[in-house]
Ligand binder design. Structure first.
Ligand SMILES: Cc1cc2nc3c(=O)[nH]c(=O)nc-3n(C[C@H](O)[C@H](O)[C@H](O)COP(=O)(O)OP(=O)(O)OC[C@H]3O[C@@H](n4cnc5c(N)ncnc54)[C@H](O)[C@@H]3O)c2cc1C
Length: 538
């Protein structure tokens, strides 16, 4: 009977009550290839939990009812708190750390990333404090006494949104304040001051962007007498008084609407230094490397969400007596989108594997260093274009709020902008190569070997990378970084997906190039069929 109704209205049933893991073969394969196969059953339960109609509705509510600033506190819709509680319960904010703030054993990163990628298909705004909390531990670890005091609260699986000093709470979240009016990328221009005051510092100044201002503490950069330094700045002073933070307003943003992003002033705010004085950038970069990784995972998740909806609609919608999924040009579009998502998912999970292995394998640590900005650049900048094309697959419905593509489209650009915008990622790749050219060479050779000799890849990569160490390096960096990302994705696909799909990815992205618009790649009929079938299992 349901089929009759569908025929009558020719509208797809809602995309809801799906198993976000069980329906996604490329994700399952990438999880298994990166050492987390034993998690499959738990991930399937997670995928069913997050793919319910109720969860999608809660996401709509959290974004349609954005947070409101009320003095020292932020009022969030209950749906937002529900997402926070759910994500904290499974440890998305802390599961990669042991109680002593050292890295949890493999496959902690890959297992978390698989979950994070699924949550990103449902609600994105709450993931900002989740990401910052887990990433902050990497910076806090340089102060063992402070980290030891904080870890019982940070590692807790209780979400405690109350406005109280962190030692009194059952769990805590941590934000980050670097960006000032006169300098975001260029944090050396930060003017916020840190004055020594005995066992602590007093911070005075402002931050132009400080997201998740309801966090219990923030890592902030401020100018100490010996230069820019990193500080732990809690919401309350040790005597229990509210600390000197004055939130001026919440930003009115394109997307990311369930998340609060504030402008804030500090007046003699109590803070503890983290890491050496004058080495603040180096300290906070420990955190930023992980927030960049999460940007890439989250963009891959949003791309997946858009693809799944495009496929779902195309299977249910008929045009000219034929389902869209059977129309040759639509198949070419869907397959090209699916191939991009396969590459992105494989690349980010393989990158997470490098984080899992970094403590015991210096080459994996170097790989994480080189490929984090590379993959953040490519995945986060591809996501808006891919989501736009998926939106068009739904025709007019794609432009309407009920079908989620509109929200994803507004959300996607922020991952490319924050935590280092596109050009900054390009500069960071150049920096990694400049500092350790030998390690970069070894990594690129390993990636080429891992692609298993797809014809033309070696030449394409050599061509793209040839200016990286000459005077034109900066002007040529975008093309080179994209090629490096495509190489990393091909290598990751070669390890997790059928060989002919790794070959198809390399051929259409690296060797031939696919043009600026999705759907124009030269894919064979069998490749198209395979990609479409694998992408959304029913
Ligand atoms: C919603 C939202 C939330 C945010 N939350 C936080 C937060 O919680 N904490 C925080 O600290 N910050 C936060 N930010 C700030 C964000 O990290 C910065 O906006 C971002 O890093 C860019 O810095 P900027 O805005 O100062 O731009 P600019 O530094 O002015 O950069 C402008 C452009 O110039 C490019 N560029 C910079 N240098 C070069 C160069 N040498 N060569 C070529 N191009 C270059 C950049 O890539 C960018 O495209 C948030 C931003 C947004 C949008």
């Amino acid at each position: 009977m349901a089929a009759d109704t569908d025929d009558l209205s020719n509208q797809a049933p809602p995309y809801a009550d799906v198993d976000l893991f069980g329906s996604d073969l490329p994700l399952q394969e990438a999880v298994a290839a990166n050492g987390a196969g034993a998690e499959a059953a738990a991930l399937a339960a997670f995928g069913r939990h997050w793919g319910t109609a109720a969860k999608f509705e809660q996401a709509r509510l959290a974004n349609d009812n954005p947070p409101v600033l009320r003095g020292d506190v932020i009022d969030f819709h209950p749906a937002y708190h529900g997402f926070m509680a759910d994500s904290v319960k499974v440890g998305l904010h802390a599961s990669t750390w042991r109680a002593d703030a050292t890295a949890a054993p493999a496959p902690a990163e890959v297992a978390r990333a698989a979950r994070y990628l699924m949550v990103a298909q449902v609600e994105n705004g709450h993931m900002c404090p989740i990401t910052m909390t887990r990433a902050a531990v990497a910076a806090l670890a340089v102060e063992p006494a402070l980290a030891t005091a904080l870890m019982p609260k940070i590692g807790s699986r209780d979400y405690d949104p109350s406005f109280r000093p962190w030692p009194q709470k059952s769990g805590m979240t941590v934000g980050m304040g670097m960006t000032e009016k006169q300098g975001g990328t260029d944090v050396r221009r930060n003017s916020t001051r840190a004055d020594p005051a005995g066992d602590h510092h007093r911070i005075t100044g402002h931050k132009w962007f400080m997201s998740a201002p309801m966090c219990d503490a923030f890592l902030v950069l401020a100018q100490a007498p010996s230069g820019l330094s990193c500080f732990f700045l809690p919401r309350f002073r040790p005597d229990g008084a509210v600390n000197g933070l004055n939130f001026l307003r919440l930003k009115d943003k394109l997307g990311n609407r369930s998340n609060a992003s504030s402008e804030v002033e500090f007046t003699d705010a109590y803070a503890l230094r983290v890491g050496e004085e004058g080495r603040g950038i180096r300290t906070i970069l420990q955190m930023v490397q992980l927030t960049r990784l999460d940007c890439a995972i989250s963009s891959a998740g949003m791309m997946r969400a858009a693809l799944a909806r495009a496929l779902h609609n195309s299977r249910h919608r008929s045009v000219f007596q034929k389902r869209l999924i059977d129309q040759p040009m639509m198949r070419a579009v869907l397959a090209d989108l699916a191939l991009e998502v396969e590459g992105a998912v494989a690349a980010v999970l393989r990158l997470c594997r490098s984080f899992d292995l970094a403590a015991s394998d210096p080459m994996e640590a170097a790989r994480a260093r080189l490929l984090t900005p590379t993959i953040k650049y490519w995945v986060c900048k591809t996501a808006p274009a891919l989501i736009y094309e998926a939106m068009e697959c739904l025709g007019g419905n794609g432009y309407v709020e009920d079908y989620v593509l509109a929200r994803l489209y507004r959300e996607a650009p922020v991952n490319a902008i924050w935590e280092g915008s596109g050009n900054v990622m390009g500069l960071d790749v150049l920096r990694a190569i400049g500092r350790d050219g030998e390690a970069s060479r070894v990594i690129i050779e390993a990636l080429l070997r891992e692609t298993r000799d797809v014809p033309g890849v070696g030449e394409a990569v050599t061509r793209a990378l040839k200016h990286l160490d000459d005077a034109q390096a900066e002007a040529q960096a975008r093309g080179a970084v994209e090629a490096l990302a495509h190489l990393a994705a091909t290598a990751a696909l070669a390890a997790s997906a059928p060989a002919r799909l790794a070959e198809a990815f390399a051929r259409t992205r690296l060797v031939e190039g696919r043009g600026g618009i999705f759907g124009a790649s030269r894919l064979g009929d069998d490749e198209i069929t395979t990609l479409i079938e694998r992408a959304l299992l029913t």
